[in-house]
Design a protein around this ligand. Sequence first.
Ligand SMILES: O=C[C@H](O)[C@H](O)[C@H](O)COP(=O)(O)O
Length: 231
Amino acid sequence: MDARQMKIKAAEAALAYVEDGMRLGIGTGSTAEEFVRLLAEKVAGGFRIEGVPTSERTARLCLELGVPLKSLDELPELDLTVDGADEVDRKLRLIKGGGGALLREKIVASASERMIVIADESKVVDVLGAFKLPIEVNPFGQFATRIAIEKVASRLGLTGDIVVRASGDGPFMTDGGHLILDASFGRIPDAEALASELNAIPGVVEHGLFIGIATLAIIAGPSGARVLTAA
Ligand SMILES: O=C[C@H](O)[C@H](O)[C@H](O)COP(=O)(O)O
């Protein structure tokens, strides 16, 4: 089974949790896109859902494939969000934001009764942090914000480069008009402490640590998909 087939397996398994009439948060990234494709087939067959996309990219795909969309303002309470992740640990803590959609993803998932993560085995880790932590920051005062992040990290014993994510010749801009700083901290033993310290920095809009948000993860490997619940 290749990487794409594993993503499809996880997406298929997640579809079993989607019920007719649900208000559904729809994630971003290559795994979430497999979910959108399968969801679109069900919608074409008469299945009714109302979807809230977590990015402009996901919104475009949904529109192209005929998945009905609403804004989060129209549907501020959702039944379920299905989304990918860059890392997931055994307590279902996540790193997200590899595709730059972490802010909307976190808002949408937090407005949902449940969040199901879909991923392949390569995303499961013992300790978060091998994947660079995306931190979304306001462009105003970005250097001051970076220094504040470095100080917080150093207090927690974390070191490593923090770089502005690039796109083409310029910086990558999120759907909300912010920058992403990718922090190479390596292992993050106390994700809760880092999350709350980052939240306290004024220039930090949001960060990619999702803690206490996911309800279960569907992890696909070469021999099929397994369900991971918080240890
Ligand atoms: O910002 C992007 C998201 O957090 C994605 O869900 C995450 O990067 C995983 O994407 P993929 O399924 O492409 O690995």
